[in-house]
Design a protein around this ligand. Sequence first.
Ligand SMILES: Cc1ncc(COP(=O)(O)O)c(C=O)c1O
Length: 415
Amino acid sequence: MTDLTLTYDLEAVRADFPILSEKHHDDVPLIYLDNAASSQKPLKVIEAIDTYYRTYNANVHRGVHKLSEQATKAYEDARIKIRRFINAGSKREIIFTRGTTEGINLVAQTWGRVNLGVGDVVLSTVMEHHSNIVPWQILAAEKGFTIKYIPILEDGTLDMGAYAALLRDNSVKLVVVVHVSNVLGTVNPVAEMIQQAHAAGALALVDGAQSIPHMPVDVKALDVDFFAFSGHKMIGPTGIGILYGKREHLEAMPPWMGGGDMIETVRLEGSTWNELPYKFEAGTPIIAGAIGLGYAVDYLSELGMDKIHAHEQTITAYALERLSEVPGLKLYGPDAAQKGAVAAFSFEGIHPHDLAQILDSGGIAVRAGHHCAMPLHTHLGIPATTRASFYLYNTTQEVDALIEGLYKSKKTFAL
Ligand SMILES: Cc1ncc(COP(=O)(O)O)c(C=O)c1O
């Protein structure tokens, strides 16, 4: 029997997202299964941005006029909403960034630049998105530390035995790990990993780009040192994201970008820095984006992250079952119980890009390629996969349409 406390009115939710009633290629309904790349936006978010520009557009923190006060309040209210959403201890721990990528680069260029050097190790994993590999590589080339990678087991989960062994080397200073893989869908045991990292004297940074839109996240309970995510994957606008950092770390870190708002005083001989979080928010911030993200968080909270998670688990389990019945299709990653709302696969005889194009002609938007996880694809021994990824508004009928589209593609290629 369905647990009614874990369901919501799917039709009503879909009606909140205007794009879902648009026709694709002018005549077919849009079936949007590319949510891991970016999510659609509800009217509430679109209208919040529109209202800001129409009625109280002004710069924040500087003006003494009413519009600026109104904009500042909305911008800071968004920060408070996000603090609550992830259960951070203080709004000073919530830094607005452009997204996950910028958040990770900020930590690399501030905490990393001060704390990492020759003889140190940053521990990462083979399943990371490029945004949690390349910033560390850039810094390692300059600072001379080593990056080591936790291997993946056959079932697409991390080799936790290897992790424990790698931690035994006392030179690990930082563990950087993706919460949910954007290809395999693997939900990594980050709470346990953070605990082990701390026991070994290392800090932990979690890439939350694919977890925070889909499941409840409590940074205090995780005891995570840094947690980065993007607004556009959680029904918010593009160009806005969050870096959460424990206050003690953020206080000790030097600023990254210099400019307006991040200073306390500027003299020609030198400058002093503003208090948190402004020390890390140089220049005019992404005001409309932050306000929009605040409304996105309202929407997700009202619906309930536990319900969203339950809905997605149902859809994903259904999709995995149906996909596994398609001849010639190979799925990657663990089974539904250990997986986020992502199904990446290869289809015998059809290149992922061709497959994505054929599906698109039928109104089905999926993604094909390496999904910014080239080392993972190298590990899997394939250059690319096709990826269907689900969100709070997807339906089992849309999964059926995907399966039908796969059979049609097979016929097109006369396989
Ligand atoms: C796991 C993961 N990390 C990081 C990113 C980067 O996010 P953004 O491009 O919004 O900075 C993505 C985006 O696809 C992702 O899936």
